[in-house]
Design a protein around this ligand. Structure first.
Ligand code: PMP
Length: 344
């Protein structure tokens, strides 16, 4: 969230050099280009070729619940989750989306649409602060009559149904999160788990997650944000059907080209796990080194601090290590609004 209270989109404004050749680093957007070197080294293990005469149809597997999902992609998703052990996928319905951003819209719609279309008032959507800066915009963009942004989950005390987005590890502060709003008979909540960063390069993986709606994205898993592929693991069939219905109306499915690329990339990750070119090991080393260098600079400043994280056992690496979040949550002594301070 920008210091003026407005919400930023993830505009990919590149780092620029100014006239005096000082490098200005734009800290606002997150763009996972750091994995380019790995994929360049992998050469054709991450490449696909689609002949012009193939993949013209809107449909992928007309009999499946998610009829626009390529079977290769659902197979690759189930395989990768099983190899990494971060989520239980076997017994779930999978819904593919144009990034997990579209799946957030789809999940909010599916959780609130009723047959009567007559809700007394839109259902509040909350998330514990500091939360991902795009959540408020996603909840309020179309001024839906079904749901609306309700702010910090830590402050939510209204006696009414709600939706809580649980983002773990959290963008921006890297913390491991569970739901925070206490539930009772009149305050019943539905949860969406946003697991964009629940991969071993960012955090030790404990037991596989097993929640009602879990969102993942290729953007943070393999780093291919530009392919715009996300997936939801959904327990309940009718909820998954409603999400598919949303995507049908919004975009009549999801690019087959991008799905096939995603399937190939995820297959390559699964193949390499535990081997010389283990992507997660590579990502973990890269991030550990960046965090070490960042902490050195921050320590020297004597003004800034970054959060420290507890080590934990990772069932994937079979080792104990500290999380390496994709974002740094920087604070500045005696200054309450570090964002404006940095902008200045
Ligand atoms: N959730 C979180 C926490 C994120 O950080 C992002 C991307 N920055 C997304 C969801 C959306 O990812 P995408 O639409 O690229 O899948």
């Amino acid at each position: 969230q920008a210091s003026n209270g407005s919400y930023c989109a993830q505009s990919a404004i590149p780092t620029k050099k100014n006239k005096s050749s000082e490098t200005l680093i734009n800290l606002e957007p997150g763009d996972p280009t750091m994995y380019e070197t790995y994929w360049a080294k992998m050469e054709d293990k991450g490449s696909i070729m689609i002949p012009g005469g193939q993949k013209l149809s809107y449909f992928s597997s007309a009999d499946d619940l998610c009829w626009f999902m390529e079977p290769e992609l659902s197979d690759a998703i189930r395989r990768l989750h099983s190899v990494v052990g971060n989520a239980v996928a076997e017994d779930k319905f999978i819904v593919v989306g144009t990034g997990s951003t579209q799946l957030l819209f789809a999940a909010l719609y599916a959780l609130t649409c009723t047959n009567s279309h007559l809700l007394d008032q839109p259902v509040p959507v909350v998330s514990a602060a500091p939360f991902y800066s795009c959540y408020p915009g996603i909840a309020d963009l179309v001024r839906s009559g079904l749901y609306k942004w309700g702010g910090d989950a830590g402050k939510f005390d209204r006696e009414e149904p709600f939706i809580e987005i649980v983002n773990s590890p959290c963008n921006p502060d890297g913390s491991i999160r569970g739901p925070v709003v206490p539930q009772n008979d009149s305050r019943k909540g539905k949860l969406i788990h946003d697991f964009a960063y629940f991969w071993p390069q960012y955090t030790p993986i404990g037991a596989p997650a097993d929640h009602d709606i879990m969102l993942f994205t290729l953007s943070k898993c393999t780093g291919h944000a530009g392919s715009r592929i996300g997936w939801a693991l959904v327990k309940d069939r009718s909820l998954a059907e409603k999400m598919v219905g949303f995507i049908n109306i919004a975009t009549i499915g999801v690019s087959k080209d991008a799905q096939l690329r995603a399937a190939k990339l995820m297959g390559a990750l699964a193949d390499q796990c535990g081997r010389e070119n283990d992507f997660f090991k590579y990502g973990q080393r890269l991030l550990t080194d960046r965090w070490r260098r960042l902490r050195e600079v921050v320590d020297k400043s004597e003004v800034f601090t970054v959060k420290d994280y507890e080590s934990d056992y990772c069932s994937f690496f079979k080792d104990i290590f500290k999380p390496n979040p994709a974002f740094a949550w920087l604070s500045c002594d005696h200054i309450s609004d570090t964002a404006s301070f940095l902008q200045g």
